[in-house]
Ligand binder design. Structure first.
Ligand code: IMP
Ligand code: MG
Length: 419
């Protein structure tokens, strides 16, 4: 390993997804051996054979991955997770709450992305990410398992710092899911106690739910918002025709047993650290303190570059990890794309609060019935990552990808009329 490579590898490891990278390496062999350019003398018939050879080998790999995931699920059920062969091969791999029909997903995406026909571009990180998403959607729709779908806000439902307006192409799909009695949640870091602030951010969706002729009153109330990771819960109310705040004592989980003082100690420490980093890195930024969060944002007229945001989030994450009072509290430090935040709680708790709250309505929703869709799944400095321990997940990279994902989900579940 050259030192340059070592530096790149060690310092950016948190930005790589070990499971996706591993699959990418597995697919590189058939790409090298079978996705070859046919000799100019080969007929179009043999060119076809060469192409389908690569496709078949990719599909074989996905078949083997299906088996490894099946084995992983079985080993976890048997209480011996370390016996999972997949876990031994990729120690960083997360939990699988459903089987994944990867071969079917591969064939679906192969048509759209010309994966098997490509000769110069190997199966990429994005190809694999999208195949995994498709497999997850198929698994959740085929077994009619999906009961709760949660979305991140920025980048997932709308562009960074923007709002969900009435012209958003996602609204039709979100109403469609609600009309099938699927509960729709928004689990966002954006944390406010006042419902009108979420109305501003989600106006298009809330107005569409309010005026919908296809949704029943009960279905309209299946819209939930968890703000500030796991700090402020809201629900659409027919009576009030708007979002209503649900007091914390109605949903707070037992394990969220930290006091106001304990939260403030952690936030004070994070605030001092962010302030110090602004000085040390000479950043054109200011610190904002909120009730359950502390953030660093650019000064008006300035922009923080990606490297500054990354450096800040990794340093604050490291400092908090060795701060004793922070051990008792679940917290989350992340790079929001143009700002850095430290929040009390995380999206695993946010999703679990919704699951637990639904139990009070008599709806049992476990991780295998929940899908969280988000854009931040790198292991450190990203806030959707935590949701992996509480839900199945789909990793998107833009609101346009969320739209494609929802189109696919709606089409898969439409095949089961009695959903
Ligand atoms: P998300 O992508 O929906 O989780 O929203 C993340 C973004 O929300 C951050 O990048 C911030 O710009 C914004 N935000 C507003 N208030 C807060 C807060 O209290 N904590 C974290 N992020 C916040
Ligand atoms: Mg986001």
């Amino acid at each position: 390993m050259t030192s340059r490579y070592r530096v790149d590898y060690q310092l950016k490891e948190h930005r790589r997804d070990a499971f996706i990278e591993w699959i990418k390496n597995l697919l590189a062999t058939p790409f090298v051996l079978y996705a070859i350019k046919p000799h100019h003398l080969l007929s179009s018939v043999s060119e076809h054979i060469v192409n389908s050879d690569a496709t078949r080998h990719y599909a074989d790999i996905f078949k083997s991955l299906e088996r490894l995931i099946h084995d992983d699920i079985e080993m976890n059920k048997a209480g011996v997770p370390m016996e999972s062969r997949l876990k031994q091969l990729v120690p960083q791999v997360g939990s699988f709450f459903t089987e994944l029909p990867l071969v079917e997903a591969f064939y679906i995406q192969d048509i759209k992305r010309s994966i098997g026909k490509r000769r110069l571009v190997t199966p990429s990180f994005n190809d694999i990410r999208i195949i995994l998403n498709t497999a997850q959607l198929l698994a959740l729709s085929k077994d009619k398992k999906l009961k709760l779908i949660t979305f991140d806000g920025d980048i997932t439902l709308y562009d960074d710092g923007m709002n969900l307006q009435s012209d958003s192409p996602l609204i039709g799909n979100l109403l469609n899911l609600l009309s099938r009695n699927i509960i729709v949640g928004i689990v966002t870091a954006a944390g406010y106690r006042e419902p009108h602030k979420y109305y501003t951010r989600l106006e298009g969706l809330i107005d569409a739910v309010k005026s919908s002729q296809i949704l029943t009153d009960k279905q309209k109330e299946n819209l939930l918002i968890m703000g500030g990771e796991a700090n402020f819960l809201f629900r659409f109310s027919n009576k009030q025709e708007s979002l209503v705040f649900i007091p914390e004592n109605e949903w707070r989980l037992e394990k969220m047993d930290w006091s106001l003082d304990e939260m403030n100690t952690v936030l004070d420490f994070a605030q001092e650290n962010l302030q110090a980093l602004i000085g040390k890195l000479n950043l054109p930024a200011v610190v904002i303190r909120k009730e359950r969060a502390v953030g660093m944002i650019a000064k008006p007229g300035f922009k923080l570059i990606r490297e500054q945001l990354e450096e800040t989030v990794l340093r604050i994450d490291r400092n908090l990890s060795s701060f004793k009072p922070a051990e008792k509290i679940q917290w989350c430090a992340f790079n929001g794309g143009s700002d850095v935040w430290v929040d009390i709680g995380d999206k695993a708790l946010g999703v679990q609060v919704l699951q637990n709250y639904l139990l009070d309505w008599g709806i049992e929703v476990n991780a295998e019935n929940t899908l969280h869709v988000g854009d931040q799944f790198a292991s450190r400095g990203s806030n959707d990552y935590a949701s992996r321990s509480a839900a199945c997940t789909c990793w998107i990279s833009s609101p346009a990808e969320t739209k494609d994902l929802l189109d696919d989900l709606v089409s898969y579940i439409s095949e089961w009329a009695t959903w």
